[in-house]
Design a protein around this ligand. Sequence first.
Ligand code: PMP
Length: 376
Amino acid sequence: TVDEVINFSPGPTSLPAAVEKTIADSFQTPGLTSLALSHRSPEFLAILNHAAASVRSVMSIPDDYEVLFMHGGGHGQFAAVPLNLCRDPSDIATYVINGTWSLRGKDEAQKYCRAQVVDGSDPETGAYTSFPDLTEADIHPNSKYVYLCSNETVNGIELHRLPKLPDSRRHIPLVIDASSDFSTKPIDWVNSGVGVLFACASKNIGHPGLTLVVVRKDLIGTGKASPLCPGVFNYTTNRDAENLWNTPATFNIEVVGHVMDWIQREGGVDEIECRCIAKAKALYDVIDGSSGFYSTPVTNKSQRSRMNVPFNICGGDEDLTNQFLIRSWEKGMIGLRTLTPFGVGDHLRASLYNGVTLEQTHHLATFMRRFCEKYS
Ligand code: PMP
């Protein structure tokens, strides 16, 4: 038996303990949770408005952006982005590929637009180990948007601040897949030229079944989207219906509101970022100080993910890796190896989302240090 389970899963995963308690309590107290309220009832409207307002306030989202709660997860947005921003399938969009999720986003998008690629893979190995520089030559001046993933969940590459496009391309909106890092650092919406940012909820801000989409108002409006864009994915339709075009993921929206309240109480997104830096440092210090016993694939240290720390033991030694998983599991640490749809699930990966505390991360760091001392 262990005192506590520490969930290092890449998502879905645990939310902050205080948020999980609020959710549990809401099922104990008399009355209805948002699972049992009409989505058009005044009670739910208050919940919806609170969630939207608190996302806006925690993430300092300017008034010229809409906050939408949509369906379909990250994959839904892989299609929704081109369907909303490219009226015609011959429209060009630029995709920066530096990992498995940006690649998947591009593969889906090219059904609906002409996706041009800025390839960030290592020319020799083909592996994704850093984020490429963006040059004028990389980006077609008529590109409808430049797409990037700010945290590659599988590859462990993170942009701690959004890149600036070259001056001659600054008119092009950025589209950001922030599924696994949203709410963990500030975003400079206007100066970074963000056009659309989306995040599936199931890592840092809630549960699967909800996708948060922040979209600049000038990119939506009648006649902007492809005529084939389904209503459920159409930003204009959902904005006009104030997030109630069809039944939204009511309970999940309530949970996002609870997570935002928690961030506010804890000191805001700057404080969350400080914690993320400290949590990640605790693990990378062990990896870097292990004389090669542990290794991590990301070559550019300034792009190491604070959210997902991928690592190998002795170059992927199977026996040691299994030992590591069993011993850490016995201590209540779970989620350190998960299969991915990309066949790159062989490395270990510790995910340090909002639900994982610094203290819990230190438990893993101490375990890793002891394991290294014993087996190296
Ligand atoms: N983008 C990123 C960065 C992700 O980590 C994930 C899920 N792991 C997705 C997109 C896909 O999200 P979903 O499973 O909700 O479609």
